[in-house]
Design a protein around this ligand. Structure first.
Ligand SMILES: *Cc1c(COP(=O)(O)O)cnc(C)c1O
Length: 473
């Protein structure tokens, strides 16, 4: 493709993207395709034949678009937000164009120094103390694994890096409600998932620090070495908040590495009035949250902060001859701050987002999401036939339908309600189980979700719920 054609295509694709956002509410939020449908369409073509961009774009629309779940629809309330925004998309276009390899300073000085800068600005924005240093990781899962590896190497003076495990019996802790990435990290880091101890939670699904201490104590008696604890700042199920300060006290009493997983909820910390949710965070060793979830920055961009960057670098650094440079002492070579060598230029979109909205703009958008989640919860609360199943602390509403005098199985009823809501294409929610109760979750966090969307969602949920029961009787 010559540059002239490329320029034309860029304009066409820019229009495609703007049109998409204009029409995004018209698509079914959750894709309606069946497993294998996309693949069999793809199989009908000849992949190896050169085609023009017209054909490719047409095939993209015809074959792939039906299989897209529209995370950027304002009616997307499933899982967690993975939102984006115009500044983020524009920056990502530049990132794709420059196609940087940001492994060391020399391979992209601007990327290295922008990452250092923007992580400092973000730290200030979320109110983390200056004792933390940040680095961008691809995901919270990777950041948590990275933290567990740091803990492992701290406990053994980098011994496991050198000689592998030699019979150490470590134990790690998180709550029953912690994200599956903790267990995955424990497996990958070689601890064995049987050594991940799931600590019970209180009525609000937050870890009980006394129960943590009891388990640490028992493990020590049994000859295990308690190594690390992961606190959830916003669990995935109900967005519950573990008491970081109390857990931190236990962690420091027993010398545990303390990592905080704030993957989605961390964004709330840009609001000073929400900082209490991270009370005690100055005590921890590492903290992660994902601007790629709720902070208008498209995937991937995970902000990982550590107290001791030297400890992080000691865990990961490798310097083969071909990667040595004269500047190694003066600069950040981020290849040593995590797992992969090659790294994308992720700082750019974060910089664009922060400056594109300004701190005040970002705060206003997050405040609005909190207000909308509160409003939706109030509306549910005003009805006798809906029940909130967890406190609405920030943007997640956990609820179920409890029709009056219903004799049937509420779990089954709510599963059918969810299926019915999602197959309508009008909105998309997901579920969890809280105390064995099938729970619908509505998470407010898509960039363009506004009050009218939530009002419509509420009316639609009520209508569908009533129809579901009407049909039965
Ligand atoms: C989403 C989520 C994760 C995983 O995030 P990735 O960036 O996809 O790895 C981990 N922990 C919590 C609490 C989450 O909500």
């Amino acid at each position: 493709m010559n540059n002239e054609t490329f320029r034309k295509e860029l304009h066409r694709f820019a229009d495609w993207i703007a049109d998409y956002y204009e029409n995004v509410e018209g698509y079914p939020v959750k894709s309606k395709v069946q497993p294998g449908e996309i693949l069999s369409e793809l199989n009908k073509g000849n992949c190896f034949e050169h085609v023009e961009m017209d054909t490719l774009l047409a095939d993209f629309e015809r074959i792939l678009l039906p299989g897209i779940t529209h995370w950027q629809s304002p009616n997307f309330y499933a899982y967690f937000p993975a939102n984006t925004s115009p500044p983020s998309i524009l920056a990502e276009m530049l990132t794709a164009a420059l196609a940087q390899q940001c492994m060391i300073w020399e391979t992209s000085p601007a990327a290295a120094e922008l990452e250092e800068y923007v992580m400092m600005q973000l730290r200030e924005m979320i109110g983390l103390p200056e004792t933390f240093t940040g680095v961008i990781q691809d995901s919270a899962s990777t950041a948590t694994l990275t933290a567990l590896l740091m803990a492992r190497e701290r406990a053994t003076g980098c011994g496991i890096n050198d000689r592998g495990f030699t019979g150490e019996r470590f134990r790690l802790y998180c709550s029953e409600e912690a994200h599956s990435s903790v267990e995955k990290g424990v497996k990958i880091a070689g601890f064995g998932k049987d050594n991940l101890v799931k600590v019970p939670v209180d009525g609000n699904f937050a870890m009980l620090p006394d129960e943590l201490e009891i388990r640490i104590h028992n493990d020590m008696q049994a000859g295990f070495i308690p190594l690390a604890v992961v606190s959830a700042m916003g669990t995935t199920g109900s967005t519950a908040f573990d008491p970081i300060r109390a857990i931190g006290k236990v962690a420091s009493k027993y010398g545990l590495f303390h990592h905080v997983d704030g993957a989605m909820a961390g964004t709330a910390l840009i609001l000073p009035e929400m900082r209490h949710l991270a009370d005690g965070v100055e005590l921890v060793d590492s903290f992660v949250f994902n601007p790629h979830k709720w902070m208008f920055t498209n995937f991937d961009c995970s902000a990982f902060y550590v107290k001791d960057p030297d400890e992080l670098i000691r865990t990961f650094s490798i310097t083969p001859e071909y990667l040595k440079t004269k500047r190694d002492e003066e600069v950040n070579n981020y290849r040593d701050w995590g797992i992969p060598l090659g790294r994308r230029f992720r700082a750019l979109k974060l910089w664009f987002v922060i400056r594109g909205y300004g701190r005040d703009g970002l705060q206003a958008m997050i405040r609005e999401h909190l207000r909308l989640a509160g409003l939706f919860a109030e509306q549910l609360n005003s009805r006798e036939d809906f029940q909130l199943l967890a406190p609405v602390v920030i943007n997640t509403v956990c609820f179920r339908y409890v029709p009056l005098n219903y004799g049937g199985d509420l779990n089954e009823l709510n599963a059918r309600l969810l299926e019915r809501l999602n197959s309508s294409g009008k909105l998309y929610l997901t579920h969890t189980k809280l105390r064995d109760q099938y729970t619908l979750r509505l998470v407010v966090g898509q960039t363009n979700t506004a009050e009218r969307h939530l009002n419509e969602a509420f009316d639609f949920i009520v209508q569908q719920a009533e129809e579901l029961c009407g049909k039965e009787s």
